[in-house]
Write a protein that binds this ligand. Sequence first.
Ligand code: PEP
Ligand code: MG
Length: 547
Amino acid sequence: MKTSEQHEVKIKGLPVSPGLAIARVCMFNEQRHSNLPIYKVKGTGVDLEIARVKRAIEIAGKRLEELRTQISEKIGKAEAEIFVAQKMILEDTTLFKKVVELITEHLLNAENAVSSVLDSYETRMQEVDDEYLRDRASDFGEVKRRILDVLSNMKPSLQCTDKGHCQKGKNRIIVAEELTPSLTVDIETDQILGFVSERSGQNSHGAILARALGIPAVSGLTGFRQKVGCGTELLINGNTGEVVIWPKEETIRKAKAESRKSIQSLVSTDPVAGCKVMANINLASDVNEAIDRKAEGIGLYRTELEIIATGKLLNEDDLYKRYSSVVKSMKGLPVIFRVFDVGSDKPFPFLNIPAEQNPSLGFRGGRLLLGKKELLQSQARALARASIHGPVHIMYPMVIDLSQFLELKAVVEDAIKDIPRGTIKHGVMFEVPSACLDAHEILEEADFGSIGTNDLIQYMFAIDRNNEFVAYDYKPERPVLWKMIKIVADAAVASGKPLSICGELAGDPVYLSRILELGIDTVSVSSKLILNVRNEIRKTTRKENKK
Ligand code: PEP
Ligand code: MG
């Protein structure tokens, strides 16, 4: 029975992991380290505190490794790579030196020194002007909590102020300040129905893991923890971002009916006539999921993410191993390798590129590859060697015009001139308006094209694709976007060259029929969406046939 205080309140947050959950709240205990001992160290105590930190780092490192193996088996290798970034922070000697300095020179105890150093790094990262890097700030907080957990013999836990309600998260929606990987992984996720958090972007590690685990999640609800407590009933919709506190029966009934409708529409993953559905992958190991979902090729392999996940540049042989494994696995189906798309939201910190005022318009994409030719040349050689095992499509990112495309292609051709190879095609990513307007000229020369709507929208409407504060204005439905897509689609028809769409828009049922109407017959989407997209295509073509 609801009390008079428990009236329905609807709030809109940021949808970060799809699905519907209706359950009571369980508050995550984020304050577990708030009462840790703080004291001044004396005499031999200095060495003891340093030894405690060393031991804690060692144990935390082992736990991270265990977690990485566990996630790799339970969810996937790509998701497990998340913990590599944390391991790198944990093993960073500069950080360790700073902690030691605070212990020896300021006589702080281990807990205090670790917190001070990692808090200051986290704060600095939170202030940078780049959403991707801001999302990485939480890694410092995570590493701090991992070390403090060892130092204080604690574990991430749920704050069960009302034991009767919380049941340690079982069948509950967890409410937390931030969606961190610990939250999604360290606790018993099999039992948890959903997550709501105040912070965390769609690209945060916690959000990626929640999606991989299939747990609905909504974020971006500042002050939400003050509105609910253990036992509050919630409805969360990870597709729309809607969160309802104390939902009425009617609200629950409607939400369930909507969700049933979308589940019933999922029928078969088999390829459909009329539209080829390929997969977007980020790591070579993602190819298995693409095959499981019967992808008709890899429409976008974001090769730069392989490097970002590894944390260092890979040499030609390492790249060859990864690329050839993907080509072999696809057994003759096309694989579109987008060559390193570095810059702005996809940084390679080890390139030491000076900070830019406006990195989205700076040294990135095709421009960067021409400025750092050695990157492209070594990747090109690895790709040429991989092409012995099956067709390789090389796609250049952020191309601005025909001459830039020809220049990039010439660098590649020159780098591979002495390498025995199979079929290699050269294509253009249409994601900058100037290239789209020149699509006809470009497609006369290129072998294929793919429209990257994520960046195209960003550059057409001067809207940062990663900034949650302006997300309300990032609208693919604007007619002028479709005029631009039509220019590229018409150019593909006129030049007889294959064209696909590989931006997020291709996976959105709302836009599929428009894409097909424009004569675009190939889309490339994340493997998890293939089933959905094929069902939507079936529905669209059925409707067309009835007309
Ligand atoms: C795009 O820009 O639409 C795209 C598919 O590439 P990315 O999201 O990697 O920039
Ligand atoms: Mg892009």
